[in-house]
Design a protein around this ligand. Structure first.
Ligand SMILES: Cc1cc2nc3c(=O)[nH]c(=O)nc-3n(C[C@H](O)[C@H](O)[C@H](O)COP(=O)(O)OP(=O)(O)OC[C@H]3O[C@@H](n4cnc5c(N)ncnc54)[C@H](O)[C@@H]3O)c2cc1C
Length: 378
């Protein structure tokens, strides 16, 4: 006997969990399967930023984040607004351009001078030329957020099975009918594939080609600094946040392309990249340069050729791969996935530009052309 669910979701990252939670809120029976534990991949390892003003999902992201603690019933540590500071003229000019662009898009951003920036970010130094204050966006705690989604889903009767890799997807008449796992077969009315970088491998046997490349990104965490008014600070090629305890958790490029599935040591940080992050954090925050780095980790981010997510429905299958911006967008992504599964179309924004079909004419050597090659092959 197979257990049956209205919807099965592959992947217990923020995308899969938010989707499952939205579907459970709608009264659907939902099963989430993960090959590991909840949020163990990119979803708990990211910078927690939620300011993706260029996404069609952004307005919904902004509407939902301030409500998420109440809606989920568990804390995400969401905080509004961000500040971006510059330590050289090139960055200063670039951030001013971003401020103009955001304001023109209806997301107000103030240009601030060095003194105002130092008042907002007291650990910035004399090298800070100023920056911009985004009066939108924000950040949240990734670990808390994945846990909140999972608990909220279970509160609504949704089920999560960890350590349960999906090893096959069955179809009948072109529709997904079941998934197979080492713990048995589960049948479903619809399938959501939110398996991060593994999506391409899962869907290839169905003849669905999802163009993805995987990159390894890193983060470091310092000892606590005195709490700042706005915990979300970017600059110097870095993104990050101050935790509620005061620690500075920062990441940033360069990202390292990797060629296969992210297993084992590949998800570990490397000394040169961690050192580069630490050097740039100290440059950006000279008044916190004495703090020791106490933790570092790596995570794998998938990227499509144009860097945008794929959010699409093919018959009763929904594909959701978020291309490096999935944490912040997750409240809105789940809503969109719910709409795609239940209504066949997204109710709150036009997601045509996130379709899989936009890659129909993609050259097979797109990775080489883009120069997205693993180190050994570069
Ligand atoms: C260092 C770093 C910093 C980042 N910073 C930010 C940021 O500041 N803001 C932002 O918005 N985004 C950021 N991101 C990107 C963000 O973390 C991801 O876009 C987001 O977490 C993607 O979530 P997901 O649920 O789609 O995928 P994932 O978190 O990758 O989850 C996919 C899940 O699928 C499971 N899975 C895979 N294959 C199978 C299978 N066969 N069977 C069952 N389960 C399977 C995996 O175990 C995993 O749990 C960052 C990422 C990294 C690594």
């Amino acid at each position: 006997m197979s257990e049956h669910y209205d919807v099965i979701v592959i992947g217990a990252g923020v995308t899969g969990l938010s989707s499952a939670w939205w579907l459970a809120r709608d009264g659907r029976s939902v099963l989430v399967l993960d090959k590991g534990v909840v949020g163990a991949e990119a979803s708990s390892r990211n910078g927690g930023g939620a300011s993706h003003y260029q996404s069609p999902l952004f307005a919904e992201e902004q509407r939902l984040w301030p409500m998420m603690d109440d809606l989920l019933g568990y804390p995400t540590e969401h905080q509004r607004e961000r500040v971006i500071i510059s330590v050289n003229q090139r960055e200063f000019d670039h951030y001013n351009y971003i401020a103009d662009m955001c304001t023109a898009m209806g997301w107000p951003a103030d240009k601030i001078d060095g003194d105002t920036a130092r008042a907002m970010v007291p650990i910035a130094g004399d090298n800070c030329l100023g920056g911009i204050h985004l009066r939108f966006g924000g950040h949240a705690n990734p670990q808390r957020t994945v846990q909140a989604y999972a608990w909220a889903l279970q509160d609504l009767g949704g089920r999560v099975i960890q350590h349960c890799p999906v090893i096959g997807i069955e179809t009948v008449g072109g529709q997904v009918s079941a998934v197979t796992t080492p713990r048995g077969r589960f049948t479903c009315g619809a399938l959501v594939v939110a398996a991060g970088p593994q999506i391409a491998g899962l869907l290839a046997p169905l003849g669905i080609e999802v163009p993805l490349m995987a990159g390894r990104a890193e983060m470091i965490v310092t000892e606590p600094a005195p709490l700042m008014r706005l915990g979300g600070v970017d600059g110097n090629g870095l993104y990050g946040r101050q935790t509620m305890r005061g620690n500075l958790a920062f990441g940033g490029g360069p990202h390292e392309w990797i060629d296969t599935q992210p297993e084992g040591p590949r998800a570990r940080p490397t000394t040169p990249l961690s050192r580069s992050l630490a050097r740039r954090v100290a440059e950006m925050f000279p008044r916190a340069a004495h703090l020791n780095v106490i933790r570092s980790w790596a995570g794998i981010v998938e990227s499509t050729p144009d860097g945008r997510p794929i959010l699409d429905r093919l018959d009763n299958l929904v594909i959701a791969t978020m291309s490096g911006v999935g944490f912040g967008l997750s409240p809105a992504t789940g809503h969109a996935v719910r709409d795609l599964v239940v209504d066949g179309t997204c109710s709150f924004t036009d997601i045509a530009k996130l379709s899989l079909a936009r890659f129909a004419g993609l050259a097979p050597d797109w990775r080489e052309t883009a120069g997205w090659l693993p180190l050994a092959a570069a």
